[in-house]
Design a protein around this ligand. Structure first.
Ligand code: SF4
Length: 345
């Protein structure tokens, strides 16, 4: 309860608590990926039911983006199951998709794997608003999840994105067998990026048959709420995205996540390849909770730049210098004032 109270307070200090961004995730090239991410049904080496698709055409993407806009999305995120971006006709096609969606007055995000500085700049010139590249988990646990590339490769790509004027979206997944320390370690790594990512997706593992993580226990809603709340506190200005795993959450559970500081969801019946709640169900939930979809290109706040002298973030293993604000004391003070008033009466 203390964690929730603190997270909700931070959230209200930095964001409109009744505005939630709705984004649509499109898988523009599905399956056949050479990587070995243990959670991913798109890895070619795992035997899953995923139907692979070649790169979509610009017209197909435009049609889907228009549909997403009509149903309230302000952002389209295009995902391709690639290890890294290769210069050539396929990348040129993606650049054209970015230009096309940009003209629809929607934010465009891409998640295409590892990226060079030059490729990030080309995407920026095409009008890309955000690039997603998740850290996935802590540096310590990373090698238990993926062996085909290193944690440092992730950081290098994020660094390349930062050299352009594209915003950074980076988060991770819980429920992959990691320890609590790994969840904290991931948040420390994200919150220590300077500046912090503008967007942080928090995913609950969707265990897909045929992947090495098929037998993982589902993440409880309380773990999700705790993760969202902690993310909100350590990255106050970031857009915290409630991502994969929402089909398993009740409306009450999602409401707790919004209260704890989540201010974005992904809409559409699929999240790349895993199930997601229906758009109409989401809109009903918004109405019930009094939430409004966020308009595109609204910069709610500037991402926090970590200044060395006032940084509250310290490397793992070192003791933090800051102490939690003691809201209990504040509330006791309020209670005392109230009782004074009552005794006067
Ligand atoms: S998460 Fe991305 S990089 Fe990893 S296997 Fe899936 S598509 Fe490939």
């Amino acid at each position: 309860m203390e964690l929730l109270y603190e997270a909700a307070t931070v959230h209200r200090e930095h964001h409109d608590p009744n505005t939630v961004q709705v984004s649509t995730l499109l898988s523009i090239k599905t399956g056949g990926c050479p990587e070995d991410c243990g959670y991913c049904p798109q890895a070619a080496r795992y035997h899953t039911d995923i139907e692979g698709n070649d790169l979509m055409t610009v017209q197909q993407v435009k049609a889907q983006a228009l549909r997403a806009k009509a149903s309230g999305s302000s952002r389209v995120c295009m995902g391709a199951a690639w290890r890294n971006v290769k210069d050539g006709p396929e990348f040129d096609q993606v650049l054209e998709m970015v230009r096309t969606i940009n003209k629809l007055d929607m934010e465009v995000c891409c998640t295409l794997g590892m990226l060079t500085e030059n490729q990030a700049k080309r995407l920026a010139e095409a009008g890309l608003y955000a690039y997603n590249h998740n850290l996935d988990t802590s540096e310590d646990y990373y090698k238990d999840v993926i062996s085909t590339r290193a944690f440092q490769d992730r950081l290098d790509t994020i660094d390349n994105v930062r050299k352009s004027n594209v915003t950074v979206c980076s988060g991770g997944i819980i429920g992959m067998g990691e320890k609590l320390e790994d969840r904290a370690g991931m948040l420390v790594a994200l919150a220590s990026l300077n500046p912090q990512p503008e967007s942080v997706p928090i995913n609950a593992l969707v265990a897909v048959e045929g992947t090495p993580m098929e037998d993982m226990e589902p993440v409880s809603i309380w773990e999700m709420v705790r993760m969202v709340a902690t993310t909100r506190i350590v990255m106050p200005e970031t857009q915290v995205r409630l991502s994969a795993g929402r089909t398993e959450m009740s409306r009450e559970g999602q409401a707790m996540c919004f209260f704890a500081g989540a201010n974005s969801i992904f809409a559409g019946d699929k999240l790349l390849t895993t199930p997601n709640p229906d758009v109409n169900e989401d809109m009903e939930m918004f109405e019930l909770l009094g939430l409004n979809p966020q308009k595109p290109f609204i910069k709610i706040s500037q991402p926090k730049t970590v200044e060395a002298e006032d940084s509250q973030l310290v490397p793992l293993g070192e003791k933090p210098k800051w102490t939690r604000p003691n809201h209990t004391i504040e509330r006791n003070e309020v209670a005392k004032e109230k009782s004074k008033l009552v005794s006067k009466e």
